[in-house]
Design a protein. Structure first.
Length: 262
């Protein structure tokens, strides 16, 4: 395995870290993990664990270290722009990195899910592409995965108005469920009904909007489990009650769904 780190811009600390398989002559699908961290940090060990789990399933796998609230004011849409740059970078290096450029999936968790949901809505947006220095055909994902996602500040997270102000001055512009459109790509969503931090209504609202626009949508709500489960197994268990075999099935379900799309 080859590990690479790709800077995304000279005026940003954002980077893309990749774990590239080097065996055989196959062009592999790509997976970009966009981790959570409340827009103030990312848990890099968890990001790496998620990335390596997809690598073990035959993906060229990456995680995005995006900009944080302490680095840009207001923060959004910078992380969405950085995700667009990441997809374009992977397509640009598809031959060198042995990637099937028509099988690029982006998976976001918690506020990473917010970034991915907005990107799903806006990958074709002229302003986003202008800021990223890209064209829509360079950045269109082939599928997205949302794990216990933040979708809209109107749906229960964050509750602190000062925190929200550090995200954006315009709440409507970051309400991802209200921006879903007919150009959204196939979307897999999972969460837990008992999530005490990001209400499950976030996932449900995005799924309903996706279905209303005839987007291929696969939704799984597990009855039990706290926020931030990641793989939901012993590898990413961060406290008692976070190694949950039932919830851990989300990854098999997502992988099977991706196989069906292809």
């Amino acid at each position: 395995m080859k590990i690479i780190t790709q800077s995304l811009a000279t005026d940003s600390a954002a980077y893309l870290q990749g774990y590239l398989r080097e065996d055989g002559d196959t062009a592999y699908p790509a997976m970009i993990i966009v981790p959570g961290g409340s827009y103030t940090h990312i848990p890099e060990q968890q990001a790496e664990d998620l990335t390596l789990a997809w690598s073990a399933r035959g993906f060229q796998a990456f995680f995005l270290r995006y900009s944080f609230t302490g680095e840009k004011q207001p923060l959004l849409p910078a992380p969405v722009v950085e995700l667009a740059q990441s997809v374009a970078t992977i397509r640009q290096h598809a031959a060198d990195w042995r990637i099937d450029a028509n099988r690029i999936t982006v998976a976001g968790f918690s506020v990473g899910g917010h970034i991915v949901a907005l990107f799903n809505d806006l990958w074709h947006d002229a302003q986003i592409n202008d800021l990223a220095g890209t064209q829509p055909d360079q950045v269109k994902p082939d599928a997205v995965i949302l794990g216990y996602p933040v979708i809209s500040p109107k749906l229960g997270f964050p509750t602190d108005q000062q925190v929200l102000a550090s995200w954006s001055a315009d709440v409507d512009s970051v309400a991802a469920d209200e921006l879903v459109n007919d150009q959204n790509v196939p979307t897999f969503i999972w969460g837990t009904a008992a999530d005490p931090l990001v209400p499950v209504h976030n996932a449900l609202s995005y799924a309903q909007a996706s279905l209303a626009h005839h987007v291929d949508t696969d939704l799984h709500i597990f009855h039990h489990g706290p926020h931030g489960l990641a793989l939901a197994n012993h590898v990413t268990a961060w406290k008692p009650g976070t190694d949950l075999p039932h919830v851990a099935h989300w990854m098999d379900l997502a992988n099977e769904w991706l196989d069906e799309l292809n």
